[in-house]
Ligand binder design. Structure first.
Ligand SMILES: [Zn+2]
Length: 268
């Protein structure tokens, strides 16, 4: 029997998962949690409301209070990303129960992205998980990684190995695939499709995502803490990647598409 509805956003880093998280979480019946598996990690707990960590955020402090009031552990004692199945379930159930009671949301949104976490969540019959796979074209992801000091070839390899694992795992699961480029170019149409899948009507206010209160953690900090609801297609790669790099990406893409077709009969 399922007790909670959870949207799980997965995808390579720098693929627009934080933007998608904010857009869905701006619906009146959805609440975004962000990369919840990192909530209590000291160095990474910055909340979208601007609080430096969960202990300084009213929303998460109240979650902590409610956990303890119901006789449960403190928030800092939860191991929501534990590799032990019993601990994983105990911690996630405790957290989801409190969040459900506090927000009364139809859907909670977890944008942790990691495939290992998604596998554990999907194996839990208590949670109705809908995976959303966000895919951005390789040039954009590679370019963002290079801006962080990673090499071109390393970034390209890591893009395709992540993409391959996700397609392989999700190919027979009820999963929604969203293109970053389409989301940014046609946000209303893409969000309408997603919300319909969730059994909800799209609300125009969702596009003004920065005007809503959010307490999602981690993810793209610039997007989370932005006070402007910009939905801008980032195509800086067009001027940043040289012709050789663009050719290598094209060949790698072709190779990937053929392999995916041969192995699983799928099109990306
Ligand atoms: Zn907050």
């Amino acid at each position: 029997m399922t007790s909670w509805n959870l949207i799980y956003i997965t995808g390579n880093g720098h693929s627009g998962s934080t933007l998608l998280d904010m857009l869905i979480g701006s619906h009146s019946k959805c609440v975004t949690l962000g990369e919840i598996h990192q909530l209590t990690l000291k160095a990474k707990g910055v909340c979208a409301c601007g609080a430096a960590n969960y202990k300084e955020c009213d929303f998460w402090r109240d979650v902590d209070y409610r956990l303890q009031s119901s006789g449960g552990p403190q928030l800092s004692e939860l191991h929501v990303d534990s590799s032990q199945e019993s601990e994983f379930r105990r911690s996630n159930h405790a957290l989801l129960s409190v969040l459900q009671e506090k927000t009364n949301a139809r859907w909670l949104v977890d944008s942790s992205k990691k495939l290992t976490r998604l596998k554990c969540l999907l194996s839990d019959p208590s949670i109705n998980v809908l995976p959303i796979h966000i895919v951005r074209r390789p040039e954009g992801v590679v370019c963002s990684n290079m801006a962080k000091g990673r090499s071109f070839y390393h970034s390209l390899r890591s893009y395709y190995s992540g993409l391959w694992s996700r397609y392989k795992y999700l190919r027979q699961k009820p999963c929604l695939t969203v293109s970053y480029e389409e989301l940014c170019s046609f946000p209303e149409q893409v969000m309408t499709r997603i919300m319909r899948h969730l059994g909800l009507d799209f609300e125009l206010e969702q596009l003004d995502w920065s005007s809503h209160d959010h307490h999602n953690v981690n993810g793209n900090k610039r997007t989370r803490t932005s006070r402007q609801s910009a939905i801008r297609l980032d195509e800086r790669w067009r001027s940043k990647l040289n012709p050789w790099q663009r050719l290598v990406v094209k060949l790698a893409s072709l190779h990937f598409v053929i392999w995916l077709r041969l192995q699983y009969g799928m099109r990306p």
